[in-house]
Design a protein around this ligand. Structure first.
Ligand SMILES: *[C@@H]1O[C@H](CO)[C@@H](O)[C@H](O)[C@H]1NC(C)=O
Length: 251
């Protein structure tokens, strides 16, 4: 009797898991065959903005307010910028006020998309540890906490996805993501524990001509944001089967 109950229980759980949706009921679905799929996705994102702000743990969607990146390693060697840094506990406030300027999807025979978003303002807090680094002729080494306000941010992200099968279920994963980032203005403040005077003069230099420094660090910001976006997208899409992301299967 006991064993039969156990078998029945396992059967019910297995059948249930095949039919159960992982996404909450308010989670919108768009159809691949929809001729206005971009509009469907844009409406879906707008409808979910409140949930996106605080995150949807059931489907691995982290909160946008604040958007948190626990650790980032930066390593770049360019003529004007040599940097080796670890950034911890980075928090960005203001991300939930994104405006989507453009969305282009190509789901015929492949998964490709382009998204242009505008962020009116981002306030960033992060702990940094910078070694052996230089920006122009400026020594930027140190360890401490940075606070920055950035306005007029445009991000264009292009991505290509591919379906992957995990435990017999098909998911979509981002294969390649590239971004273009433009930041109109920025102001930073630093609280450095090792070299407070040098750090303050570096911050003063930045604040006096943010455009000059932002131009130099833009390739690094683009590389980093592409990696962060790819990880974010794959975390979300890795939790939602493809047939719940797009309601109809490819013909
Ligand atoms: C950034 O903005 C906040 C609030 O708007 C302000 O308190 C802070 O002093 C600003 N920081 C810098 C570095 O300008």
């Amino acid at each position: 009797m006991q064993d039969r109950m156990k078998v029945l229980y396992i059967f019910v759980v297995c059948v249930g898991s095949v039919f159960a949706k992982v996404t909450p009921d308010y989670f919108p679905q768009c159809k691949r065959s929809d001729p206005q799929i971009e509009k469907c996705v844009l409406d879906a994102i707008e409808a979910m903005r409140p949930q996106l702000t605080s995150g949807i743990p059931e489907v691995n969607i982290p909160a946008l307010e604040p958007f948190t990146v626990p650790t980032l390693k930066l390593d770049r060697n360019a003529p004007n910028l040599r940097i080796k840094a670890t950034v911890r506990n980075a928090k960005a406030y203001g991300g939930s006020r994104f405006k989507i300027e453009k969305l282009k999807l190509n789901l015929n025979n492949r998964y490709a998309g382009e998204l242009k978003i505008l962020l009116p303002k981002l306030m960033i807090l992060a702990d940094y540890d910078v070694r052996g680094s230089r920006l122009l002729t400026l020594d930027i080494n140190g360890k401490g906490r940075l606070q920055g306000n950035f306005t007029g941010i445009t991000v264009v992200a292009k991505g290509i996805g591919k379906p992957v099968v995990k435990d017999g279920v098909e998911y979509l994963q981002a294969d390649k993501v590239v971004t273009r980032v433009k930041i109109s203005h920025g102001q930073i403040a630093v609280d450095d524990l090792e070299r407070p005077v040098a750090a303050v003069s570096a911050a003063t230099f930045f604040n006096a001509s943010p455009g000059v420094v932002l131009d130099i660090v833009t390739p690094l910001i683009e590389e980093t944001s592409a990696a962060v976006i790819k990880a974010f997208v794959n975390k979300v899409l890795g939790a939602i089967p493809l047939n719940e992301v797009l309601a109809d299967k490819r013909k």
